[in-house]
Design a protein around this ligand. Structure first.
Ligand code: GLY
Length: 399
């Protein structure tokens, strides 16, 4: 009797294991095809974007009401995303015409390695040249990144232990925005690659001061902390792009999630991992996160559930969660499945453009800055960039 019971138990478990293995194989195959479709589409769609972008400019956005594309100079904080996205597309498709377009744009961007006008060097020079080095292994890109790290380091303020994001204005004395966490990738990578301890110390100091000063007790982040850089004291905490000083601006939460995840990648310091997990919890359990996991532009936006979504926050979250999943055994499935859900949702007709439309951008419906009425419900370069980065990560780590 017991023998029979054991046999039937073993048989049922075998069937169960086989069924779930098959189920997971099926979803893997689906994701493989899904990812291929997205990159094939991106390759074609970015052909339109290239045509819409003069050779000395970078794409910025597209206005569907006027049908006009907007471009930027290479000094704009987003100038690294277009070459970076092209490089992800090239890496997947091996299409050399896309590589040539990426190289042309890297050429016009390279001079910005000397830029010291704000903190955005990481976005500009690492998303572009970091990917170029990773894929092409040309050593000249290391020196470009190293120079950019030196330029960014000029904005470090000893007393407050932070990199100053923007110069003083009538509104801010020594502003540091949560977005700045993203620039630490440039510093950490350059430090490890060129053995420069100063960049490392600056990155750790900035991450620690931000951890101390930028977060509320629920692990949501303020957008701006204004410092008195002469004595290092915090003057005030407020917003620039969010709905209110005490609100949680969605993309800010995404930058924080991505930023502390990358700090754990480089340092293996558990406090950064804990912080990233706390931020993930704030985002993913937030009652104002819609069911499709594409955040409203602010978690406290007026008019929810009729507020606009920010697809860029969603794709940054997807990419960050895929990395954070690597460092968490227990939450791994939760993070990967959530990222997968985000990727599938942003690729639906609701958020993804049709071929040849949307000015050549892949995704629609992001928000640049609501308080400034700038880039409202439009495509943005970084929504596309983190979408493809997340697909790249999914393919490399979870297929
Ligand atoms: N770093 C600027 C933004 O996220 O809008």
């Amino acid at each position: 009797m017991i023998k029979k019971l054991l046999f039937s138990l073993a048989f049922t478990s075998c069937l169960f294991i086989k069924a779930s293995a098959q189920q997971s194989r099926e979803s893997q195959i689906d994701m493989k095809n899904f990812i291929k479709d997205q990159f094939d589409f991106a390759a074609k769609q970015y052909g339109y974007l290239a045509k819409n972008t003069p050779s000395d400019r970078m794409p910025k956005t597209y206005d569907k009401t006027t049908g006009k594309s907007e471009t930027s100079s290479t000094k704009w904080w987003c100038s690294g995303f277009y070459p970076g996205t092209l490089l992800y597309i090239y890496e997947y498709t091996q299409d050399t015409s896309i590589l040539n377009e990426a190289k042309k744009r890297l050429n016009i961007l390279e001079k910005e390695k000397h830029y010291t006008g704000n903190h955005d060097l990481g976005f500009m020079m690492y998303c572009s040249f970091g990917n170029a080095y990773r894929i092409l292994k040309d050593k000249k890109y290391i020196s470009t990144i190293d120079t950019a790290a030196a330029s960014l380091s000029t904005r470090f303020r000893e007393k407050a232990g932070v990199i100053q994001s923007w110069n003083s204005t009538s509104k801010f004395q020594g502003p540091v925005i949560i977005d700045n966490m993203m620039n630490l990738e440039l510093l950490c990578w350059a430090s490890k690659t060129t053995d420069n301890k100063k960049y490392w110390e600056i990155a750790i100091s900035h991450a620690d001061s931000t951890l101390k000063n930028h977060f509320r007790s629920d692990f949501s982040s303020y957008h701006v902390v204004d410092y008195d850089m002469a004595n290092g004291k915090v003057i005030k905490k407020l917003t620039h792009q969010g709905a209110a000083d005490e609100s949680a601006w969605s993309r800010g939460q995404s930058w924080a999630l991505y930023g502390y995840t990358l700090m754990y990648r480089f340092t293996k310091d558990k406090k950064y991992l804990d912080q990233a997990n706390h931020i993930a919890k704030f985002i993913l359990t937030n009652p104002n996160l819609p069911a499709d996991k594409i955040p409203y532009w602010d978690f406290n936006a007026p008019g929810i559930p009729n507020a606009l979504r920010d697809v860029s926050a969603a794709t940054i979250n997807a990419s960050a969660l895929l990395e954070l999943a690597q460092y968490n055994k227990q939450k791994r499935n939760h993070y990967v499945n959530t990222a997968k859900q985000i990727l599938l949702n942003v690729a639906s007709d609701k958020y993804k453009a049709k071929l040849g439309e949307n000015g050549g951008f892949i995704l629609m419906h992001s928000v640049g800055s609501m308080p400034h009425q700038n880039e409202i419900d439009v495509p943005l370069t970084y929504a596309d960039y983190y979408f493809l980065e997340a697909l790249h990560r999914y393919k490399n780590w979870y297929l």
